[in-house]
Design a protein around this ligand. Structure first.
Ligand code: NDP
Length: 471
C-alpha cells in the first residue's frame, strides 16, 4: 500500500518526526542519503515498523508515496535542500508537494517558493521547533507557502503537533517564507530568553555567591509562578545536576563559551534590515559571540583584574531578579512581535500575531505560561506594542523597578547583563516621548546638511551653519 507521506533525511529531527507520524497512524516512506541509516532506523522502529516503508533509492521512495505526493525534507539548511529538490524534481508530478522542514533562511525559502511557482510546483517552508523531543512527541509547527498546499497536509501536521488544551500548535503563517521567518524570530526570542536567564544566574552566582543547587531552588520556585516556562524549568534541572565524574555541580565544570547555529543572528540581521527594534535579541547574539572569545576575556581579566562582582546588600535581590526576568521577557517579546509585524508589512504576509503566540504555547523551546495572555493581547486590533496592552502594561509597571535595580546593581558590581540592560533601555525609550535624537539631527545637519523637522513648525529646516556649508 502507498505511504501517506514521505520523509527524506533520517538525522536527529527526521527520525523523531518520522516516528511521530507513524505513531499517529500514518504510513510513511523514508529515505536517507546514507543507506545504512535507513536500514538501522527501520530495524529499530519496533511496533511502528509496519507503518514505515524504508527506501533504498530516491526513485523507490517517490514510487512508494500515494499521489498527490507530499515529501518532507529534514536535511541541513542551504545547499542540501537545493540538491534534494533538484534530485526529486524530475521524479515528481506537478501536483506533488515538497516541504522543507529544516531551519532554512526565510530568504532562501522565498527564492525556492518563487522558483517552484514559476515551474508550477508546490513548495512549503516549514519551521519546526522543540528539538528532538518535540519532533518525536509534538513539535510546534510554523508553515509558509501556498495555502492549498498547507491545507492538504494540515491533518497530518496537526496530528503530530503539540497540543494546548486540545488545540494543535501547527499553523499556516502566510505565503512563501512566512513560516521560516516566524521560526527564525522564535529562535531569536529563544536566544534572548536564555541569555536573560544566564545573566540572572550570573548575579545569583557571582553577586550573591550562591551554589548551583541553591540557584536550582530559585529557578524551581520561579517555575511555580508567572515565570513558569520550559527554559526556567530546564535551567533548574541543569543547575541541580551533579557531574558523575567529578561529583561537582555539572554547571561548574561546563566551559562558558556558547555555540550558535545562526538563527539568532538571522533575527538580529533581519531586524536591522527592517529598522525594527530588537536590541534584547541583538544583545543576546552579541553575548554568545563574546562568550566564544575566551582567550581574549582571559587577557582582559589579566590586564584589568576581575570585577568586584560581590553585591553587598542583597536583601530583596532575588525578588528583584524575578521581576527583572519578567519585565525583560515582556520587553523582548514586544520586540519579537514588533519585528514580526514589520516583516509582515514588508513581505506582504499578513502574519497572524495572536496565532503565532498560540503556536508557541506548547512543543517549542520558548513555551511558557505567559504566551496564553500574549495571544489574547495580540488578538486586539490596533495594538502597536505588546507592552502597551493593558495586561502587559500593568505587569511592566509592577516589574520594571526590579529590572532597573538588577541592571544597576549588576553594573556597579561589574557583572555584564547586556540583554537585561537592552530590555530596560528599550522600555525606558518607549516610555519617553521627548528623547535625545534632536541632538543627532542637529549633528547630522551640521556635518551633512541632512535637515531636521522642528517641534514648532512643519517642513524640513537647517541650522544657521547651513549658510557657511561648504562641500
Ligand atoms: P542531522 O545532522 O542530525 O541530520 C542531517 C540529515 O540530513 C541526515 O539524515 C543526513 O544524511 C542528511 N543530509 C546531510 N547532508 C545531506 C545532503 N547534502 N543531501 C542529502 N541528505 C543530507 O540534522 P538534524 O536532524 O539535527 O537537523 C535537520 C534540520 O532540522 C536542519 O535544518 C536543522 O537546522 C533543523 N532543526 C534541527 C533541530 C535540532 O534540535 N536538531 C531543531 C529544529 C530544526 P546522512 O545520514 O547521509 O549524513
Amino acid at each position: 500500500m502507498s505511504s501517506d507521506i514521505g520523509l527524506l533525511g533520517l538525522g536527529t529531527m527526521g527520525r523523531a518526526l518520522a516516528l511521530n507520524i507513524a505513531e499517529k497512524g500514518y504510513g510513511i516512506a523514508v529515505f536517507n542519503r546514507t543507506r545504512e541509516v535507513t536500514e538501522h532506523f527501520a530495524a529499530e522502529a519496533g511496533e511502528l515498523a509496519p507503518r514505515i516503508t524504508p527506501c533504498e533509492t530516491l526513485e523507490g521512495f517517490v514510487a512508494a508515496l500515494a499521489r498527490p505526493r507530499a515529501i518532507i525534507l529534514m536535511v541541513p539548511a542551504g545547499r542540501p535542500v537545493d540538491e534534494m529538490i533538484a534530485a526529486l524534481r524530475p521524479l515528481l508530478a506537478p501536483e506533488d508537494l515538497i516541504i522543507d522542514a529544516g531551519n532554512a533562511d526565510f530568504r532562501e525559502t522565498r527564492r525556492r517558493s518563487a522558483e517552484a511557482a514559476e515551474k508550477g510546483e508546490l513548495f512549503l517552508g516549514m519551521g519546526v521547533s522543540g528539538g528532538e523531543e518535540g519532533a518525536r512527541h509534538g513539535p510546534s509547527i510554523m508553515g509558509g507557502g501556498p495555502r492549498e498546499a498547507w491545507d492538504r497536509v494540515a491533518p497530518i501536521l496537526e496530528a503530530i503537533a503539540a497540543k494546548h488544551e486540545g488545540e494543535p500548535c501547527a499553523t499556516w503563517m502566510g505565503e512563501d517564507g512566512a513560516g521560516h521567518f516566524v521560526k527564525t524570530v522564535h529562535n531569536g526570542i529563544e536566544y534572548a530568553d536564555m541569555q536573560m536567564i544566564a545573566e540572572v544566574y550570573g548575579v545569583l552566582r557571582d553577586g550573591m555567591g550562591m551554589e548551583a543547587t541553591e540557584i536550582a531552588d530559585v529557578f524551581d520556585r520561579w517555575n511555580e509562578g508567572p515565570l513558569r516556562s520550559y527554559l526556567i524549568e530546564i535551567s533548574g534541572i541543569v543547575a541541580r545536576t551533579i557531574d558523575p565524574e567529578t561529583h561537582q555541580p555539572l554547571l561548574d565544570v561546563i566551559l562558558d563559551t556558547a555555540g550558535q547555529k545562526g538563527t539568532g543572528r538571522w533575527t538580529a540581521i533581519e531586524a536591522l534590515m527592517l529598522g525594527a527594534p530588537a536590541s534584547a535579541i541583538e544583545a543576546a547574539v552579541g553575548a554568545r559571540n563574546l562568550s566564544a572569545r575566551l582567550d581574549e576575556r582571559k587577557s582582559g581579566e589579566a590586564i584589568f583584574g576581575p570585577a568586584p562582582r560581590g553585591i553587598a546588600e542583597t536583601g530583596g535581590l532575588i525578588d528583584e531578579l524575578g521581576q527583572a526576568l519578567l519585565a525583560g521577557k515582556i520587553a523582548c517579546y514586544a520586540q519579537g512581535f514588533g519585528l514580526l509585524a514589520d516583516a509582515s508589512r514588508e513581505f506582504g504576509w499578513n502574519l497572524p500575531l495572536d496565532a503565532i503566540a498560540k503556536v508557541w504555547r506548547e512543543g517549542c523551546i520558548i513555551r511558557s505560561a505567559m504566551l496564553d495572555d500574549m495571544a489574547q493581547a495580540l488578538a486586539v486590533s490596533g495594538l502597536t506594542n505588546l507592552m502597551f496592552a493593558p495586561s502587559f502594561a500593568s505587569r511592566m509597571a509592577e516589574n520594571h523597578g526590579g529590572l532597573r535595580a538588577v541592571v544597576a546593581r549588576a553594573a556597579l558590581s561589574g557583572i555584564a547583563a547586556p540583554a537585561l540592560g537592552a530590555a530596560l533601555a528599550y522600555f525606558d525609550t518607549m516610555r519617553t516621548a521627548r528623547g535625545t535624537a534632536n541632538l543627532l539631527q542637529g549633528q547630522r545637519d551640521f556635518f551633512g546638511l541632512h535637515g531636521f523637522a522642528r517641534l514648532d513648525r512643519a517642513g524640513t529646516h537647517h541650522g544657521p551653519w547651513a549658510d557657511s556649508f561648504q562641500l
